[in-house]
Design a protein around this ligand. Sequence first.
Ligand code: HSE
Length: 407
Amino acid sequence: MVSVAIMGHGVVGSGVAEILLTHKQKLYAGLGEEIYIKKILDLREFPDSPVADRFTKDFEEIVNDLEIRVVVEVMGGIHPAYEFVKRCLKAGKSVVTSNKELVADHGAELLAIAKEENVNFMFEASVGGGIPIIRPMNQCLVANNVNEVAGILNGTTNFILTKMIDDGMQFADALKLAQDLGFAERDPSADIHGHDACRKICILASLAYGRHIYPDSVHTEGITGITLSDVKLAKGFGYVIKLIGRVKKLEGGKIDILTAPMLVPFKSQLSNIDYEFNGIMVRGDCTGDVVFYGKGAGKLPTASAVVADVVDCCKHLKARRFLFWADGDGSNIISYKDSVSAMYLRLSGDDAEAKAQKAFGDITVANGDGEIAVLTGEMAYGEFENKCAALRADGVQVMSTIRIGDI
Ligand code: HSE
């Protein structure tokens, strides 16, 4: 029998307890031992829980319990999750977390502590919810140089954009619906401003390229500026608008990473990933494109990934699973101004088309209601910003600008 503790009994935590209880036999068959929930940490009372007698409000009861070998952190947020996880690792316990903020902000440090203490720190559920992505990238694709990772990594924004694209729903109504259905975070600003997706692409980039990428060093745009006009015009050109987290390796070894809405061509596999689903494309030099698809959020999908890590930790109590990246200082990342992309713009004003042509050269144009949409060729983003500034100075209203994804 392996004793485990769960810190947090919210949506994911209660899902972890549920799976450990309802799938006891299945897990026993895979592990050859019982996984016993010894403690659950939460400040609230859960008298109706089948394990009501195991709840505690005192973290010390977990960290000081020598029988507890694996601790699940599903509290979310940085404090006190960071301090608790660190203490558990230093006490010789393996830790499993679904907390993307914690891994994106402190992953390198926590992995180093785990290495030093000869225990495991695992976080499959932190990216893509129930979709296996950390383990496949770390193990199954290990023979590849990863040239690019691009993903729809946030269910809330993908749900909102799908409702705008398919049903012509306004942004605010679609957000309200996402909240009512329980996809959005308590504070949806991390979703809609792109920070949640940014944390996830940082975790995947750190894993792919071996050095920690901190979210602060990644250019991040959300979807609040996307309008129904953009959605409609993009569709006319053969694209859907998706919030994409993307990292690519450039010649010379630096990486180009950003989170931003992008026009995704209909032919891309990512264009068909709709509603709250997530999709992640990994471009390996041996495999070519490998695409992972599934539920990126929700109680049981996320808990499924957490429990898989718990089983892995239980199987490897005396050995480390190799999951590691070193700390990073951002020096391997190019400025977003040097990132090259073709662009979509929505413009209005006298002679907007002729002025856009003068600024960007070869363009493709479509007419909207008293406005035009323009597709440009590829250029560095800094150059694009300068051209937009010149257009504005020339009396053109630049209402939207969106990157075109080559994914
Ligand atoms: N708010 C997140 C999403 C939850 O919408 O994808 C899963 O990380």
